[in-house]
Structure formats: C-alpha cells, structure tokens
Ligand binder design. Structure first.
Ligand SMILES: O=C(O)c1cc(=O)[nH]c(=O)n1[C@@H]1O[C@H](COP(=O)(O)O)[C@@H](O)[C@H]1O
Length: 225
C-alpha cells in the first residue's frame, strides 16, 4: 500500500471528469475510492478505466445483505482487483465471515461501523440505544472476531478502536480541513487529527473535489500530514 494515506473519494457523476480529477491530483494521494455513485453509474468499465492511473483502488460498495448474497457479490468483484472493499458490520458475524472468505487474497475487507453522517439522535431514531462511540466500538469488536482486516469509523472513535485492535486497518472518512464545509457529515475531525489518532486510510472527497483548485487543496492537505 502506498505510504500517502489519503484516498480521494471520486463521487462525481461523469467518468471523464472523475478521471481528469484523479489524474490531476494523483501525485498527492495514495489511492482512489470509488463508491456507490461511481459504481452504479460506470460499473466494471469505470473501475478498469481508473485502474489505468496505477493507484490502488478502494471499492466502497458498503455491502449489506444475507451472507450468501454478499459472498457472491465479493466473488463478482475479484476481477477488479480492489485493494480495499467495504461491507456493513450491521450485517452480522456470518455475513462478515463469508465476505472475508470470498474476497481476493490481496483485498482488505473492512466493515463500516457507524456512518459519519449519524449522531446520537439518528441512532436513537433507528432503535440503537448506544451512542456512536459505544456502537462503533461494539461493531469493531464483532468485525475483529469475524476475521476482517479492519473497520470504517470516524476520527472520534479511531483512537479507542486502535487501543483494542492493535494491528487493525482503520479507514476514516468525515474529514475536513479546519475551514472546510461540513455538508452532511456529523462526526468530523481534521485529516491530521485522524492520522494522529491511528487512521490507516484517510478518505477525502469534497474538500478536494469541490475545491476551487483541487490540486492546491490536495497539496495543502498533504502538507498537514
Ligand atoms: O465508507 C466510507 O467511505 C464512508 C463511511 C462513512 O461512515 N462516511 C463516509 O462519508 N464515507 C464515504 O466517505 C466519503 C466522504 O466524502 P466527503 O464528505 O466528500 O469527504 C464519501 O464517499 C462517503 O461515501
């Protein structure tokens, strides 16, 4: 894995625009994250196109279904040779075990714990009585015992998760440079705080992709790390 921990979230509707942006900042990121917006629009073809840049690909598909379906989906993406794939920890132990067993040899499988767009009230509304911190720790423990490589959590929880899972692989989104717009994210920290708290991968989208000058934004984030 590249030493630069920043994975650029390419949440853009057009393939040519996504490719151009990734190419422009490619010297200042460690990888590319392709999520649901990209995959639903451009599928395998889009992933093959982005592979041409030579950076590791993080396929953020957040799979969450019965174990058999998730395992079959994992097998269907082998051919894309992703470095990292996401599933949802809330899918349960058997789903996580089967997803890991079906993944390619060099693919890290990480489980989303509590989305960074959720706060206490959101968890209460879906019937979860634990706060985001406790819930993230609980799901991290489950993901660890199911044999996954790591988890996705916010920069607020990653320090505590790191203490209980020393060699885990931790993906942290919800990152904003000090002056960045929050948007739909609720549990945010700066890229530097996330790294200092133990993040392995820093997922950054709009602070770069929606910046007036994406190259300058990527450079200035890199300079803080
Ligand atoms: O799995 C993820 O990457 C993810 C999990 C999470 O809890 N929160 C979260 O924002 N993400 C993704 O991280 C990216 C964040 O984008 P920005 O808020 O634009 O930096 C998006 O592509 C989200 O899909």
């Amino acid at each position: 894995m590249n030493r630069n921990p920043v994975y650029l979230a390419l949440d853009l509707p057009r393939l040519d625009a996504a490719e151009a942006l990734a190419r422009k900042v490619s010297g200042h990121i460690g990888g590319i994250k392709l999520g649901l917006e990209f995959f639903c629009a451009h599928g395998h073809h889009g992933v093959h196109e982005l592979h041409k840049l030579g950076l590791p690909i993080f396929l953020d598909l957040k799979l969450h279904d019965i174990p058999n379906t998730v395992a079959a989906a994992m097998q269907a993406i082998h051919v894309l040779e992703p470095a990292i794939v996401t599933i949802h920890a809330a899918g349960g132990r058997a789903m996580m075990e089967d997803a890991k067993a079906a993944a390619g040899e060099n693919c890290k499988v990480v489980a989303v714990t509590v989305l960074t767009s959720l706060d206490d009230d959101d968890l209460t509304a879906i019937g979860v009585s634990a706060d985001p911190h406790a819930q993230a720790l609980r799901l991290a423990e489950l993901a660890h015992s199911a044999g996954l490589d790591g988890i996705v959590c916010s920069g607020h929880e990653v320090g505590a998760v790191h203490k209980q899972w020393k060699d885990g692989f931790f993906v942290v989104p919800g990152l904003r440079p000090a002056e960045g717009k929050t948007g739909d994210q609720k549990r945010i920290v700066t890229p530097r705080q996330a790294r200092d708290n133990g993040a392995s991968v820093l997922v950054i989208g709009r602070p770069i992709s929606r910046a007036e000058d994406p190259l300058a934004a990527a450079r200035s984030i890199e300079a803080t790390l």
